[in-house]
Write a protein that binds this ligand. Sequence first.
Ligand code: SF4
Length: 442
Amino acid sequence: MRRIQAKAAGLIIGGGAPIAVQTMCNTHTQDVEKSVAQCLEMANAGAKLIRLTTQGLKEVEALAKIKDILRNQGINTPLVADVHFNSEVAIAAAQVADKVRINPGNFSQVHKDAQSQFSRFIEVCRKYKTAVRIGLNHGSLGEDIVNRYGNTPEGMKQAAMQWLAMCIDEKFDNVVVSLKASNTIVMSQAYLLLYKAMEESGTVFPVHLGVTEAGNADQGRIKSAIGIGALLDKGIGDTIRVSLTENPVNEIPAGMQIAEFFESGLEAKLKALVQQQNSRTPILPFNAFECDKEDWNRFIIRAASLFGVMLLNKEIDDFAIAENPYSAKKMEALKENIQQGARRVFYHPEYIACPGCGRTQYNLEETFNKVKEKTSHLKGVRIAVMGCIVNGPGEMADADYGYVGQGGGLVTIYKGKNPVLKSVPDSEAIDLLLKIIEEDQK
Ligand code: SF4
């Protein structure tokens, strides 16, 4: 078995290296000053990789400037360019960034053209020693794959294996792979299928784990901990990103808390205690989680990484945390969020919200919180809030309704995959979205 290690600047990813926690700027990349400031904050918080939106050649130029300024300040954190749709931009970015994230399937609608563009891209990466992430998301698979396998975990695996096979043929190893989804079951199944297929092929590439559009606050952290934890529990995962619709610097402690729970052996110890109880509703005391009362975020991440993963895997049906210092109401909300994150019981609407990036043209965090406030009574409805019209509609996957920012203060409202109201002023958009959902529910 060949276990590949990828290398982005000085950072080793995979093959037994520590889990690298990463994040992504939500600044406009062309705003070099703001992007540098955010990268500095992220590096100081412990980010091992920082990704920036690189949608065009101007952003590639800006990325080069950002990199120079950071390196001159002694910050050597590898920078990752995030490129969609355009192989020429990916090729330019590969000459500047330490790693480039692409979805090769969207280079061209014609698969053969996408293949030849990918091949040219790889040659540039080889020359510049640039790492590559083949990043496929549920909802943005190529047409040929969707026609053959559907928008399914199997389709996601097939798409990834196709591109990885090309890397093997071209003897290009500096590759990381990801198959993200917002649904924790789809996400974990896709990665498990991919890992098995890589093992069967004899070459295992490093894996980047993440739950896309996880939302924010407790729900976002819990959903991410469950999806990522389900794979780390099986020894799968070399670099992780917790996507939160918040200040992206907050993603770093959340990612570090997940990685540390598994790498320290505490997860294995607590899981063994739970298994000894041989109960569908295990109980652990609060002090088993080794958290301070004040460290709520660490505690919920540990509880979700343990009980949420066991719920997702149907090893248990419920759980309790005895002798905890929190109010009954707070614990009830935690249990509901873990049950829903594991997709066992649905208590609330399901929110699918992207973290935002350099493509976002409005205050996503504030808008998402307003949407949550106005729709919190709509149990079981899947509502997406997406930062841009370019990737948003594809990536909101199986949402029932979508609020997608177009820029310039305008919004498109989706019902399933269909835009039902276009160019609505953002001051009216949330009420119109609510009206559409409520009319459907009559
Ligand atoms: S949907 Fe658009 S704004 Fe949101 S993270 Fe993806 S590319 Fe960025």
